[in-house]
Structure formats: C-alpha cells, structure tokens
Ligand binder design. Sequence first.
Ligand code: BGC
Length: 352
Amino acid sequence: MQALTVQPKTAESLGVEDVADPRRPPDELLVDGLAIGVCGTDKEIVSGEYGCPPKGRDRLILGHESLGRVAEAPAHSGFREGDLVVGVVRRPDPVPCAACRHGEFDMCRNGRYTERGIKERDGYGSQRWTVETEFAVAIDPALEAVGVLMEPTTVVAKAWEQVHRVGQRGYFDPRRALITGAGPIGLLAALLGIQHGLDTHVLDRVTNGPKPAIVEALGATYHADDIDDVTAKLNPDVIIEATGAAPVVFGAIAGTATCGIVCLTGVSPAGRRLRIDAGSLNRELVLENDAVFGSVNANLRHYRQAAVALASADKDWLASLITRRVPLHRAAEAFTEQPDDVKVIITLDSDR
Ligand code: BGC
C-alpha cells in the first residue's frame, strides 16, 4: 500500500512510498484510510523542524488528523465493519506519570508520551492503518465529508473546557469571546464559542478570501484591525489565541476584560524578539485577576466533546472549512500554501 512518509528533522524528505500492509493485532481495528488533514505541525515536520520517527527507523508515516472506515474489528469491541472512525493522536507515556495514569495523557508530566504521525509512532497517512480499539472514536456516518475535522475540534474542545475550568475559580459568566486567527483552529474555536452562547468575534489579517464570509456565516463577527484596537473596542471576557504570532499573543494577554482568560493554542517559532512593557503587563494581570494559560492536545473526554460539537454543527459550514482536497499521490501539493487555503486535506481513498 501507499503511505505518506517523511524523515523527521530532514527538510525535503517528504514522499509517497510503498510500505507493507499493516497486520491487525487481535485487539485492534484495521481501518481503510479516507483522509488526513494537514496542519501547522505537519508543515513543521515536513520542513525538518519537528517530529521523531519510531525507534530504530529513519522515516515516519505522517498524519495525525485522521478519518477512516473500519475494515475489520475484533468481536465484541463495539465497532463494526463500515463504521467511520478517527484515531486518537497521543498515547500515554510508559512510566506512566500520574496524569497519564488518570487518562489525562494530554497533560503528560514527563514528556515521554508518543503521538501518531508526530512523535515516535506512525501516523494515519496510509491507505490502511490499525488502531487500538480504546484509542479509536466512532463518528456519526453523516459526518463522512467533514469527519477529518474531528482532531482539530478536539484541540479546541479541550481549550474551551479548560477556559471554563479556569473560570470556575470565581464567579464566571462570560459574554464575549475573541478568537485570534481564522485558520481551522480559530474557526473551530469560534464554532464552539457560538455553541456556548457567547458573542463571538474572530480577528485575522486578511480582508479577502473565504475567511470573512465563513465567520459571518457562523453568526460571529470578523475583524481585520490591529489587536489593540479590537480588544479596546470589544473588551472580551475570553480570548482564544490561535495565531502564535508574538504581537497578537501579547496584545491578547493585555486586552481582556477584568478577570479575563486567555488560552494560548498557537505554537510560535523560537527566536523572535519583541519589546514589551513587562511591568505594565504584570500589573494588569495582577490587578485584574486575569489568567493566561497554554493548551495542547486532547484526551478521550475531549474527543467525545468534539463529536457532540461536530454532530450539532451545520454540515455545510463545516464543509466550507475544507478548501482543498489533494489525492495521496500528489500529497506534496498540500504543503504548498495557496492564498485561499483554510483546511487542506489529503484523500487516501482516491488512489485505491
Ligand atoms: C496536534 C496535537 C499535538 C501537537 C504537538 C498538534 O498539531 O493537534 O495533538 O499534541 O501538535 O505535537
């Protein structure tokens, strides 16, 4: 079968190659891959900045945003041939640390977790793959065209869950949310903001292309002004930061309402320097009881939350996020950004 592979930490090593068909261990599912999504992490791996192959190997099968159809399932597993499934990205560390032992591998304490398609485990970018039944999540058959959005939705489901948990440190009745960045993470975070009943705003740089209309179609408000102007106007209770761009990150931290919460989800490149007034920033955080925290990955609870969020979202709106579908044999094209890209996916079934 064909798989999308890369040699981590080596630029220009991406390729589609023939690999052996997977053999299904007795307690796992055998899955026909339908699609994988491409995100910033995949681009970092492909450009040689991130990722780690399985032990004893040079190459890694890429792909952590998955969607597939069950080809074979163990008896009494709760899965059946034909089910649509998504594979969980992270696996607990082998120690395991206290968080992993409690099912919170997204909060792993010792960093020895593994991640499919990212860190020491092959991903889902192959025509067939296997997955442990306890790390497979069934999704609504009606979501076939958009189910590949599940993994990024788990990331924002976790972010929102954590916002609410942080909010519970005191009286919490958020009214207005600002999402910075109208990429897939930002747009899905906005979807959840709307589903939570918040007056939701999205800030991005672009003024053309599909993003403004996607935001408006959701019932949120689009902005393309300077972060400081937007926060001054909106005074948001919650900001979900999804750009990783340093000026936006610090603008967000400084720009919430009193008792505001900022959740950082964007990964920035290292080595960028920015002059900030650290004293004023600290003063504001203290005197306003503000909270700023980072959030990454997702555990099974967040997969369940994401499944509910996707099932209750408008399917056409979700489909509007997928702006390009590239077949596996032309996968390299998915990594060359085009102006109107929002979410680009690689289809795995079109070459069969
Ligand atoms: C994935 C997460 C993962 C993170 C760091 C993100 O793109 O969505 O599941 O934990 O990268 O590797």
